[in-house]
Design a protein. Structure first.
Length: 193
């Protein structure tokens, strides 16, 4: 399955709106809990692992998606707030471990961008040919994802054994700027043509 997921009203309501207003072909599908309409649109889609995604980065990402008209989908186990837009949507998954991750992996396709701080999720989407970007500005690739995953597992083991405490630093202006720079460079490179 490919495309943007719209959740809410009945599939026929969305199909009517999308074909009348935009003349986009529509494919129906079902998520675990709600009707979903998937648009078959060429080009990149951006999926965001929105549970815990920094608000400062979210606002900047939304503006970029609207400006560039790149479909943006937030996937979370709770409602994600954003102003209505034809290119922005969200999927709400049931509360549970890795359900948002599983949905993103199901939807992502080669060439899509997934924004996540979850390294195991990044590994799964990179294996499918998608790209993964950390909200702090690190791009996960086939050449570095296994090293990042090994380091994550090592750090988790150290924290679990009590040899190390704490987690990542606070998401501040420096991290936000690193995200914006990497995102802009990535989109400039991959949206050409």
């Amino acid at each position: 399955m490919t495309g943007i997921a719209f959740i809410g009203q009945s599939p026929s309501w969305y199909q009517g709106i999308l074909t009348r207003r935009h003349n986009w072909p529509v494919q129906r599908g079902m998520s675990q809990t709600d009707p979903v309409i998937l648009l078959k649109r060429p080009g990149m889609q951006i999926y965001v692992d929105a549970d815990g995604f920094p608000n400062a980065a979210k606002a900047l990402l939304i503006r970029t998606a609207i400006r560039l008209q790149v479909p943006l989908v937030f996937v979370a186990n709770k409602r994600v707030g954003y102003a209505p837009s034809a290119v922005i949507s969200s999927i709400i998954v049931p509360d549970g471990p890795d359900l948002a991750d599983d949905r993103i992996v199901e939807l992502a396709r080669k060439g899509d961008l997934v924004i996540t701080a979850d390294i195991p999720l990044a590994d799964r989407v990179v294996a499918k040919g998608a790209f993964a970007l950390n909200p702090r500005g690190s791009l996960y690739t086939e050449s570095n994802i296994k090293d990042k995953l090994a380091m994550r597992d090592l750090m988790t083991g150290l924290r679990d054994s009590g040899m190390m405490t704490g987690g990542p630093s606070v998401f501040g202006k420096k991290e936000c700027q690193a995200f914006v720079n990497k995102r802009n460079g990535f989109l400039t490179k991959h949206l050409k043509g």
